[in-house]
Design a protein around this ligand. Structure first.
Ligand code: PLP
Length: 357
């Protein structure tokens, strides 16, 4: 099997092996030390400001998106949501579930965010902004410097879902003035799915301590309290946290900038290799994590996904909704190599020769 999904992705042998081992009891000093070390390493990789903390939440990325909104925003907030696809829409749905006052900045598919899009929302009484820095449904990476300037000018509390961008594109939480950064295990961290990590700065922690939430499992106050001694209120995905520790150390020894460069090289290599095929890169501002590909021939994009899966055992990512027959996506994260890129492109080339592409 060869998996070019954006998550779950191909996992290193060394990490897979940890998943096959027995799970230790976790209310111990040893496990607490591991969790505190995970926190330090994550804070460093994300460029978190001083005194930031990490909330280790057992749940997929959406759980963390929902919990972050629930714990830091109140009915006093007026929220702006950048919606350029499925994940932006999800943030809006979460705001609606909790009956927060919110408005959407709607972008067309594949459209980069510009100054002009933000203008109508300037000085309109907004207090918070929600954005997925890489909108994974379309492969578009937003300009964080633009968002930073807008949020600084308007004094906005900034929540960034960096799940599919972390370790693939440069990101600096302190420099961008981000209050909450949401990460998850199954994207470029290349771990099994199941855990999310919510990085909260001091202002976010103050918001969490001030808010009374109607939830037990997702009450961040308890996570902050227990996190001081390296514990979580409820049983976490213990193996996943041990795997995280190993991965973070691997990333640390390779160096963050090299890790990002490796992903960027995978992306550039793939985009060059498909240049002479009837395929076009869908956006002018792609994340390194992913290429959204539009067939320029008359072939249904969903059938390309199915054919690659059934005939070659290769997974790319199909699209849903109105993009289903128009576009598929190829991930560049996880334990994949330039050779794997070649395997995929040769399969595409063979399909092209057969008139299937
Ligand atoms: C993958 C992803 C998530 C998490 O989705 P889950 O299915 O809940 O894990 C959230 N946001 C973005 C931008 C993602 O790419």
């Amino acid at each position: 099997m060869l998996n070019f999904a954006v998550g779950p992705v191909m996992i290193e042998r060394e990490i897979l092996k940890i998943g096959s081992e027995q799970i230790p009891y976790f209310r111990t000093d040893e496990f607490s030390s591991l969790l505190l070390e995970n926190q330090e390493l994550l804070l460093d990789l994300v460029g978190a400001p001083l005194f930031s903390r990490v909330i280790f939440l057992t749940g997929s990325g959406t759980a963390a998106m929902e919990a972050a909104v629930l714990n830091t925003l109140t009915d006093k907030d007026k929220v702006l949501v950048v919606n350029g696809g499925t994940f932006g829409k999800r943030f809006k749905e979460i705001c609606d579930v909790y009956q927060l006052e919110s408005e959407e900045l709607r972008l067309n598919h594949f459209e980069p965010l510009t100054e002009k899009h933000l203008e109508p929302f300037d000085s309109q009484g907004f207090t918070a902004l929600l954005v997925n820095v890489h909108e994974t449904s379309t492969g578009v990476l937003y300009d964080m410097n633009l968002i930073k300037r807008f949020c600084e000018k308007n004094g906005l509390f900034l929540i960034v879902d960096a799940i599919s961008s972390f370790l693939a594109d440069p990101y600096d939480m302190a420099d961008y003035g981000v209050n909450v950064t949401i990460l998850s295990s199954q994207k470029a961290l290349a771990l099994p799915p199941g855990m999310s990590y919510v990085v909260v700065d001091q202002e976010a922690q103050a918001r969490i301590m001030d808010k009374k939430v109607n939830s037990l499992y997702f009450k961040f106050q308890d996570y902050l309290r227990d996190g001081i001694r390296g514990q979580t209120p409820y049983t976490p995905a213990v193996s996943n946290l041990i795997q995280l520790n190993r991965r973070l150390k691997m990333i640390e020894s390779r160096g963050l900038s090299n890790v990002i460069k490796d992903v960027a090289l995978m992306a550039t290599d793939f985009r060059c290799k498909i240049a002479d095929l009837p395929l076009k890169v869908a956006t002018t501002s792609p994340s390194n994590a992913l290429t959204a590909v539009i067939p320029t021939c008359n072939i249904d994009a969903y059938n390309i996904f199915t054919f690659l899966k059934d005939e070659y055992g290769i997974f790319v990512v199909p699209s849903g909704g109105e993009l289903r027959s128009k576009m598929f996506r190829v991930g560049h994260i996880g334990a994949i190599s330039l050779e794997d890129n070649l395997t995929l492109v040769e399969a595409l080339r063979a399909m092209s020769l057969k008139g299937l592409l």
